[in-house]
Design a protein around this ligand. Structure first.
Ligand code: G6P
Length: 597
């Protein structure tokens, strides 16, 4: 959600910034812009739509220093005027910003009283004007004073006319990284935009101000004292982001799931089948003393949390539930030192999930973070981190990260149950052996992906699609429904099969499709009865089961079924969206990394 790219060096800044912004496109955007300085003046270009549109707009603009931005509209429509960079009244400051300044209205009124005039509807323009208002010739001091006025979240790239050779950066809650090579420096809101460019990459932290110059980076605290930083390391598979011959990243990432799950499992299951999480520092006693386990996350990661909760309730015999992070943070949750909060996030930057983690920490709960991006804020702040090794995921609709997260929550439930004594050694070994077989079974499902195209024809001709299931099938139904709705734009919902008669059945007619997940052996017949109720009302149906459904998945233990049943349903979503000509990798209005509330 929004992206920042900055550059100082010998190359043409506009070219480097535009290609960096293109790398950040996956985060979601609706407009883009940049500012380039040539030592005497700063020129800007802005477009509605993709950053590639900036190429034409910057034809006559050259310079060796600049900042750029992809915007995902929050305050004000996606227009050229609202696109970043924003410039202060006299042109002294030029600013790009990710995040939201929550007290912008109050600050805007104050600045208007001082005679500042605003051109855009954005909260960001307040930052540029505030900098100009407070400017006293000391750039670092002015930025620090301005930051103390802002409430909310921000990652900032700032240029000042009086300092034509430098970019100032600062952040609060939104991620920001700097890359340093000989004779050039980079700034970006995501490591991926600078991973192959800067020789040494540094994370900027909350409460720090960075000064970037051609010859390097200096970081200070808000009192102006210098801070020494260590560089961060980036794994090779996190850099890989080409489509590898596939039409879409989403299809490529679907096919990468066996590898993503295998790589993730190999992080914590050793040769002899024992589970050991390196990043987990809870004692045996602390685990045995737990009396509730809460999974907290957003979107697909929340759906993984529902699987985790069902698995922990079943295997660990402890109270377990999943809560959406944006609800958790304001519901005054009852937590104590006997509560385990499991935070799940692909990006490690989701604003609500991060805030929920901080609340849980403050209330003294034990916390485990399951994260895919190594240098993300959640991965850095959480004391107990388990990494998913899905590799870089580009498509906005998650597939391989979801599967890798599932692998972790299964293993976590098994391990917690083993330690709590609710699974015997033999039962634990059985679960682990079956878990290790999951990637092979996903591979079987992916061996003939084209066969799911015929189901996409049925979905495409439906005005409403309902996914039903019970138990773990219900958890998978939620994910399948989200996948189809987000990329095909067909209204979809997921229902616990037993709830069908409490409302949704009124929507069933010949234009509706019900996809029934019947992979839990003990619940299969019950869900099949619901399928019959749908058929009796002329609704179309597709059934998924491990024996005789329209779609058949390999047999596995009940807790692992979501990993298998979701695969054909990801492909159903993909082929339906393909048929409808939808922009599969970047669905309208959606962002991969949701860094605002
Ligand atoms: C966005 C993404 C989803 C993701 C959710 C949570 O909505 O499009 O794929 O599940 O955010 O993101 P996180 O990075 O915290 O897993």
């Amino acid at each position: 959600m929004c992206g920042i790219m900055g550059y100082i060096g010998d190359e043409n800044a506009a070219d480097i910034i535009i290609s960096g912004l293109e790398e950040l496109e996956y985060r979601g955007y609706d407009s883009a812009g940049l500012a380039v300085g040539n030592g005497t003046e700063v020129k800007t270009a802005k477009v509605v739509g993709s950053p590639s549109g900036l190429r034409k707009e910057t034809e006559g603009i050259s310079g060796h220093i600049g900042i750029g931005h992809t915007r995902w509209a929050t305050h004000g429509a996606p227009t050229v005027t609202n696109a970043h960079p924003h410039i202060s009244g006299s042109g002294l400051f030029t600013v790009v910003h990710n995040g939201i300044i929550e007290n912008y209205a109050e600050l805007k009124a104050e600045l208007e009283e001082q005679g500042f005039e605003f051109k855009s509807d954005t909260d960001t323009e307040v930052i540029a004007q505030m900098l100009e208002h407070l400017y006293n010739g000391d750039l670092k001091g002015t930025v620090s004073a301005a930051l103390s006025r802002f409430k909310g979240s921000y990652a900032l790239g700032i240029m000042c006319r009086d300092y034509p050779d430098c970019i100032v950066c600062a952040k609060l809650s939104s991620p920001l990284f700097a890359g340093v090579s000989r004779g050039c420096v980079y700034l970006a809101s995501d490591v991926s935009a600078i991973a192959g460019k800067g020789d040494r990459i540094f994370r900027v932290n909350d409460g720090e101000i960075g000064i970037l110059k051609k010859d390097g980076l200096k970081i200070f605290d808000l009192d102006g004292c210098r801070i020494r930083k260590s560089e961060i390391k980036i794994k090779a598979f996190d850099r890989n982001s080409d489509k590898g011959g596939y039409k879409h990243y989403m299809l490529k990432e679907i096919t990468e799931q066996p590898a993503a799950v295998r790589r993730t499992l190999s992080e914590f299951i050793n040769e002899s089948g024992r589970i050991k999480f390196k990043g987990l520092h809870l004692t045996k006693q602390e685990i045995q003393d737990l009396d509730q386990i809460i999974f907290v996350a957003c979107g697909s990661a929340y759906h993984v949390g529902t699987v985790g909760a069902y698995a922990c309730e079943k295997l660990c015999k402890k109270h377990a539930r999943a809560v959406i992070a944006s609800e958790f943070r304001y519901m005054h949750p009852y937590l104590d030192e006997k509560t385990l909060v499991v935070i799940i996030s692909q990006s490690g930057e989701t604003a609500d999930t991060l805030a929920a983690m901080r609340i849980a920490e403050k209330k003294g709960a034990k916390i485990i973070g399951i994260v895919n991006v190594e240098n993300s804020t959640i991965a850095q702040e959480c004391k107990n981190v388990i990494m998913t090794r899905a590799g870089k995921e580009v498509a906005v609709a998650t597939t391989k990260a979801y599967s890798a997260q599932l692998a972790v929550v299964y293993a976590l439930a098994i391990r917690l149950a083993e330690i709590s004594g609710t699974l015997s050694r033999r039962e634990t070994a059985e679960y682990v052996a079956e878990l290790k077989a999951v990637p092979d079974k996903i591979e079987i499902l992916l061996s003939d992906i084209e066969k799911y195209k015929s189901f996409a024809d049925i979905a495409d001709s439906s005005g409403y699609i309902c996914f039903i299931g019970r138990g773990f099938d219900y958890c998978a139904a939620m994910e399948a429904s989200l996948k189809l709705k987000e990329i095909s734009y067909i209204p979809c919902e997921a229902y616990a099969a037993g709830e069908l008669k409490h409302g949704t059945i009124s929507l069933i007619d010949r234009n509706s499709l019900t996809v029934a997940l019947c992979c839990q052996e003990e619940l299969k017949q019950k869900t099949e009865s619901n399928v019959n109720e749908v058929r009796a009302r002329n609704g179309k149906t597709i059934t998924v089961s491990s024996s005789d459904g329209d779609i058949v998945i390999p047999k596995t233990l009940d807790i692992f079924t979501p990993s298998l049943e979701v695969i054909p349903l990801q492909l159903l979503a993909y082929y339906t969206a393909l048929k409808r000509g939808c922009p599969i990798d970047k669905p309208r209005n959606l962002a991969k990394s949701v860094t605002v509330e």
